[in-house]
Design a binder for this molecule. Sequence first.
Ligand code: ADE
Length: 267
Amino acid sequence: MKFHVLTLFPEMVEAALGTSITGRAMAKGIICLHTVNIRDFSLRGDGRIDDYPYGGGAGMVMQAEPVMRAWESLAGELPAQTRVICLNPQGRVFDQKMAEELAGGEELVFLCGHYEGIDERVLDEIVTDHVSIGDYVLTGGELPALVMMDAIARMVPGVLSNQESGQSESFQGGLLEYPQYSRPEDWRGKKVPAVLLSGHHANVDRWRRNQSILRTLRNRPELLKTVTFDKKDRKYLQALITGQAEDEITQEQAVFLSKLLAITEKS
Ligand code: ADE
């Protein structure tokens, strides 16, 4: 997987992607990073690439021509149909599904904006996807591009040392990840759940699945609407609703689950 990043801060992108797991993947050649400094394509002697917005208003706008020239400096080398992603809060919200889909491509281009935005005319010319990483406003597109590259890179075969860990984690199957514990068994009086020490693999799997369901219910209930529950899941959900499970839920969560079970039973 090769990432191309059009940015005003190449050193920021290189430093972050070159660290930890993505850095190791770069050293192995599994992923590649190529940055293009948009400032190198400034039309002015002072290296600036921004100007005032037509119509007035606060802030500055990145001009179309330097961005276009930065893009043209690499466009000739790219495979046809390479996606060009512009990071901005107006885009489609990034999620695990999009990360997996984008990890299937050979090369990706990220365009990182700054100031109040980029001249719309160049976006119309070169951008295939507008993507946001969430409903908040950052100072530039570099951090969102890094978030996306990290999530995409870990889906590329060979990037994670244990490919399994890419499978069982949060959002795989629509559920959040279950809690994890390591040594010691007793830490400051807090014990590891006994089932994890039992060596009974089926019970461990069941406990983990239940904890994933519980955590999703507590933190991200809306995700449960897309989960397919089997018989054993339903038994646990019923036990939660009737207060017979070891884990407690609120009245509001019980009502939510009852409705959910009624709906999924019909379909
Ligand atoms: N640029 C500024 N804020 C952003 C966000 N939330 N997502 C993507 N790009 C951005």
